[in-house]
Design a protein around this ligand. Structure first.
Ligand SMILES: C[S@@+](CC[C@H](N)C(=O)[O-])C[C@H]1O[C@@H](n2cnc3c(N)ncnc32)[C@H](O)[C@@H]1O
Length: 408
């Protein structure tokens, strides 16, 4: 059920979890995110496989799963991890994974590869960031900029455990299986070796329950910004990048590699894993403005905690209409356009509880739009917010905090 999934707003090497045989990114919005790069933990968790065993066992086991005919592989098995490839799927795809995961992938029907017309943006040198993407026309809020399948998908266990030389051989073999134009675009990504490219450009995603790193050469052109104008989600193996506000011609298109609702020092610590010092506008604010931004981030966290605690108590004692309004203001003042869904949801419910029909309708409509962008068009929360916007007075929350109107 794709509708069960939520977006993972914290950047490349993103954290995600799978449902059934889907490829999903399913970290709940409200949940405190996992650190974006938990490589040390992954290294500890991963079992050390025997290295580079191409004898019968893994091949037979792999063949037992019977991936679809247009797939090539298993090849180059290193214990249970083998190379599987398909030149016809998407722009060509290579997997380094177990036979079971390859079987799941090969049976998967991907979303179409699509997005705005290629001339809507162009690639250019961005001072202090290397190459990046620039809007070539006004890109409207909600426009899908890119929707892509990975061209290389590598299970985390061999990525962290294989002998470096063998790993690079295996990765090179995988890249060689891609059609030439895709291979060329893959090789243009930042990084000296294939391993290095994976470290610098991959997105975390799950195939069933196993953590993988997905490579999307087009998507890897987005630079990071702590106040991004593009949000991405990964559902069912597909990476979707979508504009979160109107983006004027000439502005850089950016995503966030981390969970950015954190003060400057925390963001900088997180970004150290990527080996660069962030030069985005938010990280280079003058000291006073930067301190004000940190204070707003702390206010957002405190207000959300307060609302949660109040809502958990019968009668929601101490709830005030201003709380929802302030939550929205703080998000907008901080330019957190990629993270508005939960804030508008809370504000819409609070407005409905206090019988403020106009605000409840407006906030619920904004919440629905934001959640559709952030989580996906089938998001259950987005549907719930649409229902609230369509019929505020029929909603369970309507008038609950209006004295004499309804018992709580
Ligand atoms: C996924 S690549 C993005 C595309 C890259 N600029 C290029 O030329 O291929 C990530 C790398 O871009 C650079 N980068 C991205 N965002 C940045 C930022 N906000 N500040 C400084 N460097 C950044 C860093 O070198 C980072 O390792």
């Amino acid at each position: 059920d794709v509708g069960n999934t939520a977006s993972c707003p914290w950047g490349p090497l993103l954290a995600s979890r799978g449902y059934d045989h889907q490829f999903t990114c399913a970290a709940p919005q409200q949940q405190q995110p996992k650190q974006p790069q938990t490589r040390q933990a992954d290294r500890r968790e991963a079992q050390t496989p025997e290295l580079w065993d191409e004898r019968d066992g893994p091949y037979q086991q792999a063949q037992g799963y019977g991936v679809l005919p247009q797939w090539q592989g298993p090849e180059h098995c290193a214990t249970e991890f083998c190379l599987f490839s398909n030149r016809e799927a998407g722009e060509g795809i290579a997997l380094i994974t177990t036979a079971r995961n390859a079987y799941l992938a090969s049976n998967y029907v991907p979303s179409p590869t699509t997005g705005v017309e290629p001339t809507a943006y162009y690639e250019a040198e961005v001072p202090g960031k290397g190459r990046g993407l620039i809007a070539n026309r006004t890109i409207r809020r909600g426009e899908i900029i890119m929707q892509r399948l990975p061209v290389l998908l590598i299970q985390m266990t061999p990525h962290v455990n294989l002998d470096p030389e063998l790993r690079e051989q295996l990765y090179q073999a995988a890249v060689d299986r891609l059609p030439e134009p895709t291979r060329a675009r893959f090789m243009r990504q930042m990084g000296a070796t294939v391993y290095d490219k994976v470290e610098k450009n991959s997105f975390r995603m799950f195939v069933d329950d196993s953590l993988h790193l997905g490579m999307f050469p087009d998507v890897s052109k987005f630079n990071h910004d702590c106040r991004p104008n593009v949000h991405y989600r990964i559902n069912n193996l597909t990476h979707t990048a979508i504009a979160v506000r109107d983006i004027p011609r000439g502005e850089e298109l950016t995503i966030s590699y981390i969970y950015p609702l954190a003060p400057l020092s925390t963001r900088q610590t997180q970004l150290r894993d990527w080996d660069f010092t962030c030069t985005c506008a938010q990280c280079t604010l003058p000291a006073t403005a930067s301190a004000q931004s940190d204070a707003r981030i702390r206010q957002i966290a405190a207000l959300e905690d307060e609302i949660e605690a109040i809502m958990a108590r019968p009668g929601a004692p101490g709830l005030r209409p201003a709380m929802g309004i302030r939550l929205i203001e703080l998000h907008l003042e901080e330019r957190l356009h990629a993270y508005l869904g939960p804030a508008y949801t809370r504000a819409a419910i609070i407005a409905a509880m206090f019988g403020d029909e106009a605000r409840a309708r407006e906030y619920a409509a904004e919440a629905a739009l934001a959640l559709e962008r952030e989580v996906g068009p089938h998001a259950k929360d987005a549907k719930a917010m649409r229902r609230l916007a369509d019929d505020v007075r029929g909603h369970w929350a309507w008038g609950l905090k209006v004295e004499g109107q309804r018992p709580l």
